[in-house]
Design a binder for this molecule. Structure first.
Ligand code: G3H
Ligand code: ZN
Length: 279
């Protein structure tokens, strides 16, 4: 059943477990995430990033409608989240397309600019019932706050949350986006200091590169929403590569997309078991 993201995250926080949020690019991703969550018996969050919208010719509605329909038919609670939104125009389409939440990403701006832009987005988001996530960008560049080596300062984080009114904060604690190896090391002392300074739920981005034991420790330490994208694409593409290796003459996409969807679902089930075993 389609469920507000804020409810899923608040429930996970209360129970001391992680809420898995998985990036959706194709309909098969959405189906796999929900199948994997049903197998684990866990709530889950489907998230569509601005980059994914760009891939769909800049149109949010078709992929959002598909993900929403998959969520509505699920037997577990499923949130719908618009991820890494830099465009105000796209952010303002979230509520009308069924999203319960959005991440407004002004992390490439310097601190004052990030605060001002985020506070404006939070006000607009709250006015239409959205739960809004944001993040601090200490360093500019492609990955903003999620470049390797970047760290969130606990005092600045507390000030940022007060000044913007965000509902959740993405923090830079050692993970990096798009890693294809699982060997990131997190700064657990820093996670504890940020958790003590900030009352809203904390979000870990770039979680595909974080080993399972580090993820469990991060959730025990106070991370709540855990974003996973690349791990699904590794499963998706690996399965297709293998299917084509088995039968180089295959032409029916259902033959290899079925394998890709099954592999992604298994990845989701495993990740949710890790996140919920943390309590
Ligand atoms: O917002 C999405 C995530 O941070 C996903 O990162 O693709 O490195 O797992 P990842
Ligand atoms: Zn991210």
């Amino acid at each position: 059943m389609l469920t507000p993201t804020g409810e899923i995250v608040a429930d996970a926080k209360r129970r001391g477990v992680g809420a898995g949020a998985f990036n959706v690019i194709t309909v098969e991703h959405a189906e796999a995430v929900v199948t994997g969550a049903e197998a684990a018996g866990c709530a889950v969050i489907l998230q569509i990033s601005e980059n994914a919208v760009r891939f769909h010719h800049g149109r949010l509605a078709p992929i959002a409608a598909a993900a929403k329909a998959v969520a509505e038919l699920s037997s577990v609670p499923v949130g719908l989240h618009l991820d890494h939104v830099e465009s105000d125009e796209l952010f303002d389409q979230a509520a009308g397309n069924g999203f319960g939440s959005a991440m407004y990403d002004a992390s490439k701006l310097e601190y004052a600019g990030n605060v001002a832009a985020t506070a404006r987005a939070v006000a607009r988001g709250h006015a239409c019932g959205l739960w809004v996530e944001s993040e601090l960008g200490e360093v500019g560049g492609k990955d903003g706050a999620h470049k390797p080596g970047v760290r969130t300062d606990p005092d600045e984080a507390a000030q940022f949350v007060r000044a913007t009114g965000v509902d959740a904060l993405a923090v830079a604690v050692g993970s990096a986006h798009a890693m294809t190896t699982q060997d990131a090391r997190l700064d657990h002392d820093l996670i504890a200091r940020i958790r003590n300074a900030v009352a809203v739920p904390l979000v870990l981005h770039g979680s595909s590169g974080v080993p399972d034991d580090e993820l469990r420790a991060a959730v025990r330490g106070g991370l709540v929403k855990v974003n996973i994208g690349t791990a699904l694409n590794i499963a998706f593409t690996g399965a297709i590569r293998e299917a084509i290796r088995r039968d180089a003459n295959v032409v029916d996409p259902r033959k290899y997309l079925r394998d890709a969807r099954d592999e992604m679902a298994e990845t989701v089930t495993h990740a949710l078991q890790v996140l919920t075993a943390a309590a």
